[in-house]
Ligand binder design. Structure first.
Ligand code: SAM
Length: 214
């Protein structure tokens, strides 16, 4: 496992790794922020990914590797990035043949990936850890790391508009996490070509961003 982690944001995830899935599933089943729709987001990402022929996949914030495990079973070649050593240890059990890199993607495209390109870049419930001010630049860098016919699929806590995010925030107080940077489709879209980015809401607090070169 290669490593480039300079800050300590990973400590929270190291401590959470064992309990992570149970916590997420409980919140999803209760249909509560922040994980309402989690299973449906993963299933939708999976369906979109499995509709494509097997190829190289980059999974950013791979966590336990649940999404990529299903992709690996379908013949995709997995590269996973995460800054939590504990998450990566658990991912290794689910993905014995994957390439796993310990790096902080909030600092940009991991140096270990150099000029590599992928057929598919996926991320589930991790993109909100990229600071708002760096999201557009990071998405543009992800496009550079995509093969010409490739696709980026980001499932996360995300909103169509600022108005919908504020409505969710009001309804979710006092649990709303002010530290996290959720994507707002209408704010990101103007930075990309017409038709290049789309968004599909999956629950009141989750959705899928889709980007291609087209
Ligand atoms: C909420 S979990 C999601 C895990 C998994 N993708 C899923 O859908 O269940 C977020 C994951 O992203 C990782 N992560 C968060 N911020 C990161 C960063 N800046 N760089 C690398 N990994 C990060 C965490 O360690 C954790 O494994």
């Amino acid at each position: 496992m290669t490593e480039t982690v300079r800050n300590f944001g990973h400590v929270r995830f190291d401590a959470w790794a064992d309990q992570y899935l149970a916590d997420v599933e409980n919140t999803d089943q209760a249909d509560e922020y922040p994980f309402a729709g989690y299973r449906r987001v993963l299933e939708a990402l999976l369906a979109a990914a499995l509709a494509r022929k097997p190829g190289s996949v980059l999974d950013l914030g791979i966590g336990l590797g649940l999404l990529s495990q299903r992709l690996a079973q379908a013949g995709h070649r997995i590269t996973g990035v995460d800054f939590s050593a504990e998450m990566l240890n658990l991912a290794r059990q689910n993905l014995p043949h994957a390439r796993l890199i310990r790096a902080d993607f909030a600092e940009g495209w991991p140096a270990e990936l150099k000029d590599e390109r992928f057929d598919l870049i996926v991320s589930s419930y991790a993109f909100h850890h990229v600071p708002q001010a760096r999201k557009v630049a990071f998405l543009q860098r992800l496009l550079q790391g995509l093969e010409p016919a490739g696709m980026i699929l980001i499932g996360d806590i995300a909103f169509q508009s600022e108005k919908l995010m504020q409505a969710c925030r009001q309804a979710s107080l006092p649990d709303w996490d002010e530290e996290e940077d959720y994507s707002i489709f209408e704010s990101l879209k103007p930075f990309f070509r017409e038709g290049q980015m789309s968004f599909k809401a999956v629950s009141f607090c989750a959705g899928i961003l889709n980007l291609t070169h087209a």
